[in-house]
Design a protein around this ligand. Sequence first.
Ligand SMILES: Nc1nc2c(ncn2[C@@H]2O[C@H](COP(=O)(O)OP(=O)(O)OP(=O)(O)O)[C@@H](O)[C@H]2O)c(=O)[nH]1
Length: 442
Amino acid sequence: MFDNLSDKLDNAFHVLKGHGQITEINVAETLKEVRRALVDADVNYKIAKEFTNKVKEKALGQDVLTALKPGQMLVKLVKDELTQLMGGEAAGVNLSGNPSVILMSGLQGSGKTTFSAKLANYLKNKKTKKPLLVACDVYRPAAINQLHVVGEQVGVEVFSDEGNQDPVAISKAAIAHAKENGHNVVIIDTAGRLAIDEAMMTEIANIHSAIQPQETLFVVDSMTGQDAVNTAKTFNERLNFDGVILTKLDGDTRGGAAISIKSVVNKPIKFIGTGEKMDAMDVFYPSRMADRILGMGDVVSLVERAQEQYDEEEARKLQKKIAKNKFGFDDFLNQLQQIKKMGSMKDLLGMIPGAGKMLKDVDIDDDAFKGIEAIIHSMTPEERSNPKIINSSRKKRIGKGSGTSVQEVNQLLKQFNQMGKMMKMMQGGGGRQMMNMMKGMK
Ligand SMILES: Nc1nc2c(ncn2[C@@H]2O[C@H](COP(=O)(O)OP(=O)(O)OP(=O)(O)O)[C@@H](O)[C@H]2O)c(=O)[nH]1
């Protein structure tokens, strides 16, 4: 995410390396590079200039006798200012009302339909919410179909009325249906167009005034940079929306939209889309995003993702097994599944400070576990629970069955062995230390 921008900002701060003090000259030089990095990332020039002016003012007003080195201090000031520029605090979704109605708007292909289903899934997982998805694209039957497909994927009911050409009537019928069937959230997916046109704007404005949603969200593709910001402006003038959803942040996006959209429309970014899968979304936290932009990783989100998959009961069982030396390949397979559920490997590793930069040009294959899984699946249940019995003829059979070599089987067995030792060690106090460290970070 934003690799280019992170690199350039990193280079900008190098100007201050070796300087013992902040001076007007070295600050100006550094901030000139920061400004250039922002503009290259497709941040509007005026916003970039205002940004660096603010940082400069703060930097020169600082007491030079600070505990931080000039470079560190400037990074901190840039981080704070970036956080402010992106909205300061995270903004929630208004879920008052029964049902609470959420209207999705945006251009065609921005990711509206995908995000509607992601949001439904996210709310459904909150247990107290029972969402209903509504297909309001009256022009393309394929769009209605698409919503049914993603709705099914996340296990959320989809309301549609194919052939009905009146989106206001469909929305009203959907809300009535929701009331009758105990849905407390209604998410309305509307039609998108390739370019902003008057008819489309009037249509969505009509839906908006007829149903008075609790929340109107504008979905925009972050890859479109300044265009994203301009489209947001036009939609906001007509709909006065409540928040922005920035999609496709997993792609090769430069970051301009994420950084400047809030200051242009004065509406917060509420969520981000980070992939095509239904769980590839995150609440937008300006401060964590600033950390990522500055190459500082996002450990808090990483820990949260791990916690989402954490099952206390399972963890207790696992601990017992480790203590009794009974951790087998079935448990290992289970753990792999949990990691996979946390997101794509590149995305996860990118949250580790410094790793994003190192991995920028590395292609991490999410199928990397496939070979390991194949080997484990080729073991008998007995071999899985007691790997010690795997002798050389068994290794040959496992290699053959999994389409791998004996060396690969050996390698996995060795790593598994080492892992077992490590886990035992962590149980002897090291694990507790690690947990405390994680709690401290949160
Ligand atoms: N990589 C990536 N792809 C995404 C993301 N969100 C959506 N997409 C993809 O972008 C494409 C367009 O998404 P849709 O949800 O169909 O877009 P839409 O705005 O509903 O488009 P219309 O229904 O045609 O108006 C699809 O191929 C999605 O899988 C994301 O966060 N990351």
